[in-house]
Design a protein around this ligand. Structure first.
Ligand code: PEP
Ligand code: MG
Length: 324
């Protein structure tokens, strides 16, 4: 089957009734990044914490520029969404130990960056310098839970931008900026988010964890961690509708986008940009090329009307069997 999926990878992802969907890659490691970017519309999530985790100390500005440049080059001229450091939670830095009782509700993502402007500015400067000219670079902020964090970040970004325009010979372009939609509170402030940034990217892994109050890595409650929970689905649908209303570009980079059932539902909701691991790319492309968006909308309505995740998945299973 993998062979059949692979054979169509270079063909555009388009539903039977002509709806174009863009598929992007989630990346973190540099090895093989050139070949992974192939067959995708770009890199929808580059997790910068991965190179940080592989270091023995905070990488210098120069070291970061080198890494980010490699990522941008690998995507040729296609867009790259580079996320600022998202450590804390389940992602520790060996040289920056954090001890807290509730790491997932604690010092992680943008919270940590804003508390350490000396580190944050180095990362923003490195991204801006790696991005050079053109509009390839997009900067994404993790774990945003209030608007103030966006405003503070935009101020740091302006500072980095102005510093570099004085210091450097080359013309630095202002990148598009977006936030991860992964803390539920932000779902209710999308209008204000739209006034501040260019795009949002849904982190369905954390959004599920925080909506359902289920630790995404705790095996004792893993059966409760389910992105097909009707409340999660309604939240995802609502986010897509509101972004449409507020003219805010939306994509999704959580695991759900790379799962066949998940991709079907997301496309039915109106998502047109899905970012996933390389292993899912060919399969999702193959699947979406065989379904009709209009028919999927009916399936979505059915899914939104049932009362639990098992029933949602049963509906989708039936749908996929009919399309084999
Ligand atoms: C997410 O939370 O869905 C996400 C994509 O970010 P991460 O898995 O890196 O927390
Ligand atoms: Mg996340």
């Amino acid at each position: 089957k993998q062979k059949r999926f692979q054979a169509e990878l270079s063909l555009p992802t388009q539903t039977q009734d002509g709806k174009r969907i863009k598929l992007f890659l989630n990346a973190g490691l540099l090895s093989g990044i050139e070949s992974i970017a192939e067959g995708s519309d770009g890199i929808g999530l580059y997790r910068t914490e991965i190179p940080f985790m592989l270091h023995q100390r905070f990488p210098s500005e120069k070291e970061q520029i080198n890494v980010y440049r490699k990522v941008l080059n690998a995507a040729a001229s296609r867009p790259v969404v580079m996320r600022t450091l998202d450590v804390g939670g389940d992602k520790p830095l060996p040289y920056f130990p954090i001890k807290e009782d509730n790491p997932f509700l604690g010092w992680r993502g943008i919270r940590l960056s804003l508390d350490h402007p000396e580190l944050f500015l180095v990362q923003l400067r490195a991204m801006l310098q790696a991005g050079g000219e053109g509009d390839q670079l997009h900067i994404l902020l993790p774990m945003v839970s209030n608007l103030d964090e966006i405003d503070q970040t935009l101020a740091y970004l302006s500072q980095a931008y102005e510093e570099l325009n004085v210091e450097s010979e080359t013309n630095i372009t202002r990148p598009k900026v977006g936030v991860m939609l992964e803390v539920p509170a932000l779902l209710y402030q999308l209008k204000e988010v739209a006034e501040r940034v260019d795009f949002v990217s849904v982190g369905s892994n954390d959004l599920t964890q925080y909506l359902l109050a289920v630790d995404r890595n705790n095996p004792s409650v893993s059966s409760l961690f389910d992105s097909f929970h009707p409340s999660v689905l309604r939240a995802l649908k609502r986010a897509c509708d509101e972004c449409d209303e507020f003219n805010l570009d939306i994509s999704i980079c959580g695991e759900l986008a790379g799962e066949p059932y998940g991709a079907l539902l997301l496309v039915a909701m109106g998502y047109t940009k899905l970012s996933m691991n390389q292993a899912s790319l060919a399969r999702i492309n193959y699947l979406l090329r065989r379904v009709s968006h209009e028919y999927l909308s009916e399936v979505l309505n059915e899914c939104l009307a049932v009362s639990n995740a098992q029933q949602v998945k049963a509906i989708l299973q039936r749908f996929i069997e009919q399309h084999q």
